[in-house]
Design a binder for this molecule. Structure first.
Ligand SMILES: NC(=O)c1ccc[n+]([C@@H]2O[C@H](COP(=O)([O-])OP(=O)(O)OC[C@H]3O[C@@H](n4cnc5c(N)ncnc54)[C@H](OP(=O)(O)O)[C@@H]3O)[C@@H](O)[C@H]2O)c1
Length: 240
């Protein structure tokens, strides 16, 4: 990368929780951050603190469960001069986990569809839009925030929709990584651990910064690094 140029990172679901933790750390590390939130006002509120700390942060409206919203977001970035080709880092963080603890035998299929739309298809769609220009430029970092609940090795009863959505996200990570191997675009996924967010609950063991750490590490893998197609926790490989 030429001296003085700044990498740009787009983080989904960045208005709160781990996504905000990731956006904060990337901003502090000097990246330009596109803070994506489905509610612009919530995004602006989150961005204010990062800007006050000197961050170059821009809020973009993005509902990852909505195909038209993803296309509109990518089109708007291009129209406003922030070419989608200038998104160097994509962090697919936004996710839902509704009806925690539900039994697979009684799972609402509507919940399964909603969860796949948000947690898996939205991430795949964004990779489809943003990875080709990364490949053209020979640099990209795609980070998919997954979960150990998506690990087939550790698959247990309950939470079918969430587990299936994250296992599918892990599979997508490997497919995209293999298709992009050798192009400078690295695609990895991670489990952030049990983090104190609305999803993780107040009793979780990790802070936002701790939950963000592995994602930030993957987002900032240095030039020439070949780490791709991996599943990590605390910067170490995790069983698929
Ligand atoms: N917390 C944990 O212990 C834990 C453990 C393992 C994995 N994870 C993973 O870590 C990631 C972040 O989780 P979290 O704990 O920070 O969750 P969270 O506190 O529930 O925050 C979720 C974020 O995603 C956004 N979001 C949800 N649906 C969206 C949509 N359709 N379009 C755009 N944004 C949407 C939310 O926006 P709104 O504010 O608009 O709702 C919010 O910003 C998720 O991928 C999750 O699966 C978390």
């Amino acid at each position: 990368m030429p001296l003085g140029s700044t990498r740009t990172a787009l983080v989904t679901g960045a208005n709160r929780g781990i996504g905000l933790g990731i956006a904060t750390a990337l901003s502090q590390a000097g990246l330009r951050v596109l803070l994506a939130a489905r509610d612009r006002e919530r995004g602006e509120a989150a961005a204010a603190a990062l800007r006050a700390a000197g961050g170059d942060v821009r809020v973009i409206a993005l509902d990852v469960a909505n195909t038209a919203s993803i296309d509109a977001c990518c089109d708007a970035l291009a129209a406003e001069g922030v070419q989608s080709s200038h998104v160097d880092v994509l962090v697919n963080n936004a996710a839902i986990m509704e009806a925690q603890g539900g039994c697979a035998l009684a799972e609402d299929l509507g919940l399964l569809r909603r969860t796949l739309e948000t947690n898996t298809i939205g991430a795949v769609h964004l990779m489809q839009r943003l990875a080709p220009p990364m490949r053209e430029r020979g640099y990209g970092r795609i980070v998919n925030v997954s979960s150990d609940m998506g690990s087939l090795e550790h698959m247990l009863a309950g939470d079918l929709s969430y587990r299936v959505s994250k296992a599918a996200l892990n599979a997508a990570t490997r497919v995209f990584a293999d298709e992009l191997r050798g192009t400078g675009v690295l695609v990895n996924c991670l489990n952030p651990g049990w983090v104190r967010t609305r999803m993780g609950g107040a009793g979780a063991t990790r802070s936002l910064a701790e939950g963000a750490d592995t994602a930030v590490w993957l987002a900032m893998l240095p030039d020439g690094d070949t780490t791709t197609g991996g599943f990590f926790q605390s910067r170490k490989p995790l069983a698929w």
